[in-house]
Each structure stands twice: as structure tokens, then as C-alpha cells.
Design a protein around this ligand. Structure first.
Ligand code: FAD
Length: 494
């Protein structure tokens, strides 16, 4: 793998250098490179076809992790023994510890790719205020967190050498402000422990046999594994799971909302501080308007709660706290006394971006040029602080940060992430029907569930080894007895 990484660096250097060459020469080189790459790929695929449907037997007991995202990398680190999980939390292994045999299968060309885009490339790794109540299926999450408290995730990263700092609202980031640093520490630990990283390997199914689990791919199957951790993220897990594992349908959440009833086209691509409310729940944050809806953290968090047809309320005043809870009239009456507006445009100027002011006035049935009228103030205040928007649905499902749904929590042991029906099969991360708000909660779940699954898979392997040793001892004892018996019979005859 070290070689692969080296090649990757070399390629990026070449890519960098290519910018300074003449375009024609550059194009020729690109074509030549493409040709070589295609030839190599054809060669590989030809080799795979001849090996087609072959079974590759893993010697000795082992663990497979499917998916090299957040949950899979953490599971591989812990399952291999690069981090031990003891009663009081994670610890580094002793110098004479033996690492366990772990293979990590990843469909993409590199592990850790989904982590790189998180937190706009900075990776909002966790939240200092993480609590089970923030998550869907909170009772299940509470049980998982009783086994792996949030502090243990921080401890695990700290032992791996990652320095983390805390920003507003408990959001935690690596001090480098680069998601690559998070991937680097996880991969370094994993590779040090000898985890075999297999990229470009999309697992299509699992096969359960008396000797263990087999991981099936288009070019054959590998196994048997004593334990398999499925960490394939939100969408793909269902293909791999046995058919009778109960799954909740998938639904994109933490995504922009599509809105009806108010024309938001004039404020397309604009941002404004706001309070966005649904029923009793309010989110303070920045609204990012689209022509068909509203995006930004507040809208993302509300998207976890609403269904099409629900009404949400937008308070657009920047001093939102001062205008919430019925304080709006006092706030705007005071403003009118201070600035003596001649028109409604005067009332908006300096407080709202001009186009944001326009949609407020239009909602109130007012126009910028109309003379300011104290009697119309309640309608204006209502529009500015209680603009009702009807949710049509998720505006852009492809941009959803998380998929709700996946393996039903009733099918999983929350302390180990093992499927109750299938001993030795574990599921972690977004594939479990657990999701949380923005702010580091979803990655936290991926780390915590990956850690639990990795530790339990390691335990399963240890148990299997002990059982195998016991069987081997019994076999040896029986063989010895069988050898002794003829000798004894001989003695008896004499
Ligand atoms: C743009 C964006 C920004 C985000 N920012 C944040 C943030 O800042 N903080 C936060 O907490 N959360 C954030 N999230 C959510 C967070 O990224 C996910 O909750 C988290 O990555 C889920 O981890 P996972 O390991 O379960 O799945 P993933 O990270 O999706 O990893 C799954 C891996 O499995 C591989 N895979 C899939 N199928 C197969 C197969 N059949 N065989 C082999 N490999 C397979 C995939 O290629 C992938 O590498 C963000 C999400 C997005 C999209």
C-alpha cells in the first residue's frame, strides 16, 4: 500500500507539472497515459475473468470490514488491535501484542474518500455536546453510548495522535482544519497493524457457511471470515445483507428544502441569519436561499423533522432573538421611532439585504415605495418574523448529507452492533437506522458504532480461536488415546 500511496503522490506531482507544459504536448501525454491506463485495466480485467468465480481461501481465522469510510476505518483500526478497547476505554496495544488479520474491502480507488468532503473539507469530526437525545432511535443510541461514551471516541483519536479543537456550538475539528489529517491518522494506524486494504473491490453479497462468512465479488469470493463488519454507508448496505434482515426504507435528510407558497426567486443564492421553526422546534442559523427553496444548516436540521405539506416558519430579522416570542412589534416600533422612516424601504434599509426586504414586504402585501404607515406595522412584523413556508419536499436529494433508514435497530445488539439473527455479522455507521443533526453528530455515530463493531468482531475472533484450540486439543487427546488403546490391548493380551 505504501507503494500505491507513493504512486499517487507521484501522479499528483505529474499533474501539477503538466500545467506548465505546452497544451499540445500536454494533450499528447494525457492521451498516452490514458492508453497505458486502459491497457492496464484491460489486462487486469482479463486476469479477473480467468480467475472468475474463484474462491480465495483465507488461511487462519480473520475479520473482513466492508467499506472504508468513517465507520469502516474505525472498525478496522480496532478489530486489528491497532487500538485495544478495554473496560475503561481505548488504549494503545502493548509492544508484544499480536495484531489480528483484517481485510478492508473498499469499492472506490481509495479508503477514506467520504470523510474528505465532510465539514467543507475541514471534517466536523464530532460534537462536544453529543447526547443520545439528538439522534433518531435515541433509546438504541443511549445503549450504544453506555458501552462507548462520547469521550471514548475523543480518547481514541487522541491515542492515534489527532489533535482536535472545539468551535461554536461544540463543533470539533482537527487542528489542521483538514479532513485529510483525520484519514491519515486512521490509515496509518490500520496499515501499521497490517490491515490489508483492497481498493476497487465492491462486495456484492455475503455467503454464510458452517466454516464462516465468505465475501463475494464479481471475480470470486474470499473467506472464510469469523466476523464481517458491514460499513458501506447509507445507501448500499441492503444489497449485501441477508434478505431477512429488517430494514427501514431510505430517505434523504440533512438536505435543502423545496418550498411552496412564497416566491424565493428574488433572493436566490442569498444568505441571511434566521430562525427556522417547525412546531416547537427552532433552529438559529444562516438561511441560504435557492430559487425553489431554502438551504443551510438550519434548513438541513429541519429537514429531519418535516414531511411534504408541513408548514415551517421563517423569522428573517437578523436580531432574531429580540424579535422572537412576540417581541417583534416592540422591536420594530422602537426602530420606527428611532429612524422615522418615510417609506417601507426606509424601514428595511440597513436591517435587511434589499431583496430580502422585498420578499418580506411582498409577503405583507406592501411595496417599497409605499409611505410608512404605523397601522400596517403588525402585517410587516408578521411577515418579517412569521413567514409561513409550505414544505414540498427535499429540494436536492443528491445533496443530502445523510440517508435516514437502513438496518432496523431492533435487529442489532446495541453494545456490539452484531445482528441478532446472524452471529459474526456486524453493521456500523449510516447503514444503521440512526441519524443526527448537523454539527458532528453523524460522524460521531460512525466512529462510535465502528469502534463497538470492531471491538466485538475482535472478541468474536478471539472466541473462535479459543474454541478451535479447544477442539484441536480434544482431537489430539483422542488421537493419543486411540494410539494408547492398541498398545494397552497388546499388553493385556500378553
Ligand atoms: C457533503 C457532506 C458533508 C458532511 N459533513 C459532515 C460533517 O462535517 N460532520 C458529520 O458528522 N457528518 C457529516 N456528513 C455525514 C457523514 O459524512 C456520514 O454520516 C458518514 O460519512 C457516514 O459514515 P459511514 O462510514 O457509515 O459511510 P461512508 O462514509 O459513506 O462510507 C462508506 C464506504 O463504503 C464504501 N462502499 C459502499 N458500498 C460498498 C461495497 N458494496 N463494497 C465495498 N465498499 C463499499 C463506499 O465507497 C464508502 O467509502 C457529511 C456528509 C456529506 C455528504
Amino acid at each position: 500500500m505504501a507503494r500505491k500511496q507513493h504512486v499517487y503522490q507521484e501522479r499528483s506531482q505529474q499533474r501539477h507539472n503538466s500545467h506548465v507544459r505546452a497544451p499540445q504536448e500536454h494533450n499528447q501525454q494525457v492521451r498516452a497515459k490514458k492508453k497505458t491506463r486502459n491497457a492496464r485495466m484491460q489486462d487486469q480485467s482479463a486476469r479477473r475473468t480467468t480467475q472468475s468465480r474463484m474462491t480465495h481461501r483465507i488461511e487462519g481465522s480473520a475479520i473482513a470490514v466492508i467499506g472504508g469510510g468513517a465507520a469502516g476505518l474505525m472498525a478496522a483500526v480496532v478489530a486489528s488491535g491497532a487500538l485495544e478497547v478495554r473496560q475503561d476505554g481505548p488504549a494503545l496495544p502493548s509492544s508484544d501484542a499480536h495484531y489480528r488479520q483484517v481485510t478492508l474491502y473498499e469499492a472506490q480507488n481509495r479508503t477514506g474518500k467520504p470523510i474528505l468532503v465532510t465539514g467543507a473539507g475541514r471534517c466536523n469530526i464530532t460534537n462536544a455536546q453529543v447526547s443520545p437525545s439528538a439522534y433518531r432511535n435515541d433509546a438504541f443510541v443511549a445503549q450504544a453510548f453506555s458501552k462507548c461514551p462520547p469521550s471514548q471516541v475523543m480518547d481514541a483519536f487522541s491515542l492515534l495522535g489527532l489533535a482536535i479543537y472545539e468551535e461554536d456550538e461544540g463543533r470539533c475539528y482537527p487542528v489542521t482544519n483538514r479532513a485529510t489529517t483525520v484519514v491519515d491518522v486512521l490509515r496509518a494506524a490500520m496499515l501499521r497493524a497490517g490491515v490489508e486494504e483492497q481498493c476497487h473491490r465492491r462486495v456484492e453479497a455475503l455467503e454464510h457457511t458452517p466454516e464462516g462468512w465468505y465475501v463475494c465479488m464479481p471475480d470470486g469470493k474470499e473467506g472464510p471470515y469469523a466476523a464481517v463488519v458491514i460499513a458501506t454507508g447509507g445507501k448500499p448496505a441492503a444489497h449485501i445483507l441477508p434478505d431477512d434482515v429488517p430494514c427501514t426504507p431510505l430517505q434523504p435528510v440533512l438536505a435543502p428544502l423545496k418550498i411552496q407558497g412564497v416566491n424565493l426567486r428574488p433572493v436566490n443564492r442569498m444568505r441571511a441569519r434566521c430562525i427556522l421553526s417547525y412546531k416547537e422546534h427552532s433552529e438559529v442559523g444562516e438561511a441560504m436561499f435557492r430559487s425553489d427553496g431554502i438551504s443551510g444548516i438550519a434548513a438541513f436540521n429541519i429537514s429531519r423533522m418535516v414531511s411534504p405539506g408541513d408548514a415551517i416558519v421563517l423569522n428573517l430579522t437578523p436580531d432574531a432573538q429580540a424579535t422572537s416570542d412576540g417581541q417583534g412589534e416592540t422591536f420594530f416600533a422602537r426602530r420606527a421611532e428611532q429612524i422615522h422612516p418615510h417609506t417601507w424601504e426606509d424601514m428595511c434599509r440597513g436591517l435587511f439585504l434589499p431583496r430580502v426586504g422585498q420578499i418580506i414586504l411582498s409577503y405583507a402585501g406592501l411595496s417599497e415605495r409605499d409611505a410608512f404607515d404605523r397601522d400596517r406595522l403588525p402585517a410587516f412584523v408578521h411577515a418579517a418574523t412569521h413567514m409561513e413556508l409550505t414544505v414540498e419536499g427535499i429540494a436536492d436529494p443528491g445533496r443530502a448529507q445523510v440517508h435516514r433508514g437502513g438496518v432496523d435497530v431492533s435487529a442489532i445488539d446495541p453494545h456490539t452492533m452484531e445482528l441478532r439473527q446472524y452471529p459474526g455479522l456486524f453493521v456500523a455507521g449510516e447503514g444503521v437506522d440512526v441519524d443526527g443533526p448537523c454539527g458532528g453528530y453523524n460522524l460521531h455515530w460512525a466512529w462510535a458504532s465502528g469502534l463497538l463493531a470492531g471491538a466485538a468482531a475482535a472478541q468474536k475472533l478471539n472466541q473462535q480461536k479459543l474454541a478451535q484450540r479447544k477442539i484441536a486439543k480434544q482431537k489430539l487427546a483422542r488421537q493419543k488415546l486411540a494410539q494408547q488403546k492398541p498398545a494397552q490391548q497388546k499388553d493385556d493380551l500378553q
